[in-house]
Design a protein around this ligand. Structure first.
Ligand SMILES: [Zn+2]
Length: 303
């Protein structure tokens, strides 16, 4: 229904949510995929997000209002890898049989478990709770490019009339992501120390793609206080040396981490895993560059 002149179209135009321009409605789950979809869709489709800017995707409290949002969407774009485990029930309840659900992780080489590499001399027990693949795929621009390609292909398949726009927008955005990738390689290529201690298990894909080692995480799971055993392991890892900084996250209090940082005279520097945010068009590039600056400054001896 693309012509708004007929009586039937006029009636539909009066229905809340109906778009007489014929633009499809794209619903995304959280900030990074929201940003990716905004860049691919451009002005050709309407893009919205489920998880509000101040809430995270791990423990999102899914509400009946969210079911209504899904019911009004033509395309639902998610990160995948189990991050949005709260979503399946909502999709079922919304009852949209023609809803196109897009898992942007398709084709990405997943990392299972925490993949923490111990420093020499530090005995590390495998975490018994570490189970399925790590969901933080978007934090490597290499994976982000694959996610953007998956979004492009889904939108082209659902809305052929705007296929050329989606393809052109994806080319332009992927070029910008390739620029970010090149900047990371240039800025980190000659760092003398490549050991990371992050707040939760957020950066293994970044570490894999850019040659860093995640030697420990502060919390095994977001929001779960580290156990005394985990704190002891962390102390041993830092005491073994070769740790330039502890990386906190803006979404969680750095206080407990700062206590350990002070004890070992290691700075605590913030890296943003982008689990919350405004999802603006330049969100991903802006935050990735900010993280890169913080990372490089930390490895050069200060925040
Ligand atoms: Zn996370």
């Amino acid at each position: 229904m693309r012509i708004c002149l007929s009586f039937a179209a006029l009636v539909l135009w009066l229905v809340p949510g109906f778009d007489c321009t014929g633009r499809i409605a794209i619903l995304t789950t959280f900030a990074p995929v929201h940003c990716f979809a905004l860049n691919v869709a451009g002005d050709a489709a309407d893009v919205s997000v489920l998880v509000p800017p101040n809430a995270g995707p791990h423990d999102y409290a899914f509400s009946p209002a969210d079911i209504q949002k899904i019911a009004k969407a033509d395309v639902l774009i998610m990160n995948g890898v189990g991050l949005e485990s709260w979503l399946q029930r909502g999709i079922k309840s919304a009852g949209r049989k023609d809803l196109l659900v897009v898992d942007t992780s398709a084709g990405i080489n997943l990392i299972t478990g925490l993949e923490v590499r111990s420093l020499p001399g530090v005995h590390s027990q495998p975490d018994p709770d570490a189970g399925g693949p790590n969901p933080h795929i978007w934090l490597s621009p290499i994976n982000a490019i694959k996610q953007v390609e998956n979004i492009r292909d889904a939108l082209v398949s659902r809305d052929l009339s705007n296929a050329e726009t989606y393809r052109a927008n994806a080319v332009a955005f992927i070029k910008r992501l390739n620029d970010v990738d090149a900047e990371i390689r240039l800025a980190t290529g000659s760092l003398p120390n490549r050991n990371l201690i992050t707040f939760h298990d957020t950066f293994p894909y970044f570490a894999r793609d850019y040659g860093f080692n995640v030697v420990a995480t502060f919390e095994e799971f977001p929001g779960k206080e580290p156990s005394p055993r985990a704190i002891e392991k962390l102390r041993k890892t830092i005491a073994a040396g070769n740790v330039s900084a502890l990386f906190s996250e803006p979404q969680y209090s750095p206080k407990a981490m700062q206590v350990i940082g002070k004890e070992f005279k290691v700075p605590v520097v913030q890296l943003d895993p982008m689990e919350t945010g405004d999802g603006s068009k330049d969100f991903y590039e802006r935050v990735t560059r900010k993280n890169l600056d913080a990372l490089v400054a930390a490895f050069h001896g200060g925040p």
